[in-house]
Ligand binder design. Sequence first.
Ligand code: FES
Ligand code: MG
Length: 591
Amino acid sequence: INFPSLPTDAKHPDGSPALNRHSHTITRGHDFPGARAMLYAAGVPDKEAMAKSPHVGIASVWWEGNPCNMHLMDLAKTVKKSVLEQEMLGWQYNTIGVSDAITMGSEGMRFSLQTREVIADSIETVTCAQYHDACIAIPGCDKNMPGVVMGMARHNRPSIMIYGGTIGIGYSEHLRKPINVSTCFEAAGAYAYGTLRQPDDGGDQTKSQDEIMDDLERHACPGAGACGGMFTANTMATAIESMGLSLPGSSSTPAESPSKMRECVRAADAIKVCLEKNIRPRDLLTKRSFENALVMTMALGGSTNGVLHFLAMARTAGVDLTLDDIQRVSNKIPFIANLSPSGKYYMADLYEIGGVPSVQKLLIAAGLLDGDIPTVTGKTLAENVASFPSLAEGQDLIRPLDNPIKASGHLQILRGNLAPGGSVAKITGKEGLRFVGKARVFDKEHCLNDALNEGRIPRGENLVIIVRYEGPKGGPGMPEQLKASAALMGAKLTNVALITDGRYSGASHGFIVGHIVPEAAVGGPIALVRDGDVVTIDAETNSLSMDVSDEELQERRRQWTPPSPQITRGVLAKYARLVSDASQGAMTDLF
Ligand code: FES
Ligand code: MG
């Protein structure tokens, strides 16, 4: 670890701790009169504030045109007001972000994962260049959360994350049931196979398939907030709260609830505590806290993307976390949450029965979650959740630990001659633990999407669909394959498993294996599979293999030529050049 760092025990001449230990470099005396002149112009009220007030950067990942992020400017303004009331200086700024549900299609989705790096780069840059003493980050959509935490770990100045919050629950007039954005994706599969309208679905049978799709699209997202299931955004927010980097309840408080605004006010108090006690991100990002992140992810059935992000966050913070740790935690933690995408409830429902702190309380009491880790409140995790209620009586969202949905975690690390460097499977047990089928190979996801849209994937014999050249370097950008997995679910193609060197959306479920290392673009064995090869996915032996002899693979390798990169300039070309493999978190500052 070699990040820029400044003294942490600075004192004012009167002996009081200098909470402005970084900004003091440019505000003390008249060493940098130009900087002081600029700061007065920007709003520093007087000499006293110039001498003593800490500078708090308020980094929102705000932009319009996406429910996960469109309200974050309002949260940031509330934070700023509260920071000023605490006699600190608040400086709002923004990072870019993109929507994981809008960046669909083969062009847009390539840009998604690399935004995590751009967000981290932005926060590191502004915090260090502007001499901020602390950072309050307000992310919303998937990649935002690991991005802001990686930025915090790099600058390592007192920091708090305020999650933008989960969206409310949509309701379909036709289906007469709660829906969310993934209902739309899954409906697309049924639409392609002409089965969207079912005689027994309770809906208006005079409606056409197009009218039903319109109904779903118009009602799936009822306002501001990140996708409501246990998809990537809620996975990351829950994990990060369980690592102590956000205030208790942040991850389950809905975006549009008054509690979210109260959290913004409380964050100003908390950042002052962090400054006074000099609680810094790398004090909180420890092996123990990552263990907590993994425990919550397994218990609640979180997204495969979490694996990638935990590895990247850990490496940024200098914590030794590997795929083996993920498997070890998965082996011991029961999956207990009836949450979308595999279950029926949403994060807004969990909020109603006590929220994430109530689940943490349950897991701390059972000795599964470490309640002794420090947090941004200056108290331990157990102290933070002590005042929260236990899970409500009679609820059926969180199962008792002795009667889980699955006795161990749903995330499985598979290795074998198809993935010698590892891969990540999401297996909730509903689909069974083993799948054997004949390979059907697609170079690039759009080729599979075309086949699905045209109903060309047959029912009947077991197929393992392989989508390759979609890894971090190959995509480039390791695009998510929500469309394929959702369409297969929607079309009820239960004879199909999906494997890829790319990623799956947190909204995906079914028999899926992603993050295959090494990826096809660098000559990983996934590049050598041919149509008809027998592929076995086994979550009991944790293997992913093809029934092809070593000699035959060697012969195929002799015939293989690496593809020439399709993108040679711009942000994706830079990304492809720098990015590590998925088993190292697909990060760009690992040299
Ligand atoms: Fe933003 Fe799902 S698209 S959280
Ligand atoms: Mg996503």
